[in-house]
Design a protein around this ligand. Structure first.
Ligand SMILES: Cc1ncc(COP(=O)(O)O)c(C=O)c1O
Length: 404
């Protein structure tokens, strides 16, 4: 007998970015030489003092349940981080920590979305937003982002998405620096969006997980725009800022009622995030707030490496025939348009879209990328530059050869 899974589970499916990773691991397991430009994480190790704080938590017995919203120490560090980096003042009960920004964003959506509510998601987008809205019972209206506008949501785009919601539009998900395009919103651009959010009486979730990977221009936290603090949940975490993806630790600040609802929901789902990861994240935030010289130097070196890698990735991809890209101002991805190669026959197979092309590159060039269709734009491939310049060079040469 085969058990039938729920309609919800059938609708949602597996995370597309993780599916690509699984396929790559399987091929590597069979002995294939694959260079991955698919990664959604930095290739650096977690800086030593942070790892040591985690190890100390284990040996000193910090291995029990903590308060659902996080330890007092970590929440205090999160509040100080928001104050120093973002000029956002949150009270103790206006911040929460969870098992990754992913988990925090999910609980924020569960706390904000009623059945049939419409949530606007600028597309292309991180692939988990639409399923999360669906699980919360809401409906997504995609606001199409245009490469000619630097993949940024415009006032016209937002207003027309609100209208598409036919009176049911309640919220908006923003993400800057943006996955997959690397777009970073300026304060002026966000101010124009904030006016619409205020005028249309919307809430917003601002996903700021790539904050510390902003290369060009200044980072702006959406909640700092006039009248936004009471409408916005700001989600962030230590995954990308401190090379801590495996620790699963994210946090959020927002209006008290929403954060308390998130806590109540979390108390029934994941409960508190790992006590060990909380100790490590507290150390990461505290050492960073205190200007610890060793950590500052490690992070500066990481940032410099990322700048170099971005140069290399952009230069090589832009020089490929018939490939177009918008230079990313943040995060660690280039979202490049390969659609002029669609319709070609490569290795005996006609390339119909981004999935075919990504498969071709994986199987015949030994390079893993993520097909744009996973993010809602089938013309592109997402190329991650969170890997060494040596690997990046090899992979980009292989792509060049595979397209010739
Ligand atoms: C845009 C975006 N938001 C959130 C996350 C999740 O981060 P975390 O590891 O904190 O769950 C990711 C991870 O790739 C991401 O790209």
């Amino acid at each position: 007998m085969t058990l039938r899974v729920s309609r919800l589970a059938q609708r949602v499916g597996h995370s597309g970015t993780m599916a690509v990773d699984d396929r790559m691991q399987a091929l590597r397991g069979l002995g294939h030489d694959i260079v991955s430009l698919g990664a959604g994480q930095l290739d650096f190790d977690t800086p030593a003092p942070i790892g040591e704080a985690g190890a100390r938590a284990i040996t000193s017995g910090q291995t029990r349940y903590t308060p659902v919203a996080g330890t007092a120490g970590l929440r205090a560090a999160v509040r100080s981080k928001f104050e120093r980096d973002n000029r956002l003042l949150y009270a103790e009960d206006e911040v929460i920590v969870g098992a990754g920004a992913k988990n925090v964003i999910f609980h924020a959506l569960l706390a904000l979305v009623d059945p049939e509510d419409v949530v606007i998601v600028p597309v292309p987008c991180w692939p988990s937003y639409p399923p999360m809205v669906a699980i919360a019972g809401g409906r997504v209206v995609g606001a199409r982002l245009d490469a000619r506008r630097g993949y940024k949501l415009t006032v016209e785009g937002l207003v027309s998405a609100v209208a598409e919601g036919r009176g049911r539009t309640r919220g908006l998900i923003l993400n800057s620096p943006h996955n997959p395009t690397g777009a970073v919103y300026s304060a002026e651009e966000y101010a124009r969006i904030a006016e619409v959010v205020e005028g249309e009486n919307l809430w917003a979730i601002s996903d700021e997980i790539y904050e510390h990977l902003t290369y060009d221009g200044a980072f702006t936290s959406f909640a700092t725009l006039p009248k936004m603090r009471e409408r916005v949940v700001t989600a962030n975490g230590v995954s990308k800022a401190f090379a801590m993806t495996g620790w699963r630790l994210g946090y959020a600040g927002g209006p008290r009622a929403v954060v308390r609802a998130m806590e109540a929901l979390q108390s029934h789902t994941s409960g508190n995030p790992s006590s060990i990861s909380q100790a490590a994240a507290e150390a990461a935030l505290r050492l960073s707030l205190d200007g610890d010289p060793a950590l500052a130097e490690t992070r500066r070196a990481m940032f410099q490496a990322m700048l170099q890698r971005r140069e290399l990735a952009c230069r090589e991809l832009a020089s490929l025939p018939d490939v177009h890209l918008v230079r990313p101002a943040g995060a660690f991805y280039v979202f490049a348009d390969f659609s002029r190669h669609f319709g070609r026959e490569l290795s005996g197979k006609k390339i119909q879209g981004s999935t075919d092309l990504a498969e071709h590159l994986l199987e015949h060039a030994g390079v893993a990328t993520v097909p744009g269709v996973v993010f809602g734009d089938d013309r592109c491939l997402r190329v991650s530059f969170a890997t060494s310049t040596e690997e990046l060079s090899v992979a980009l040469q292989r792509i060049r050869k595979a397209l010739s």
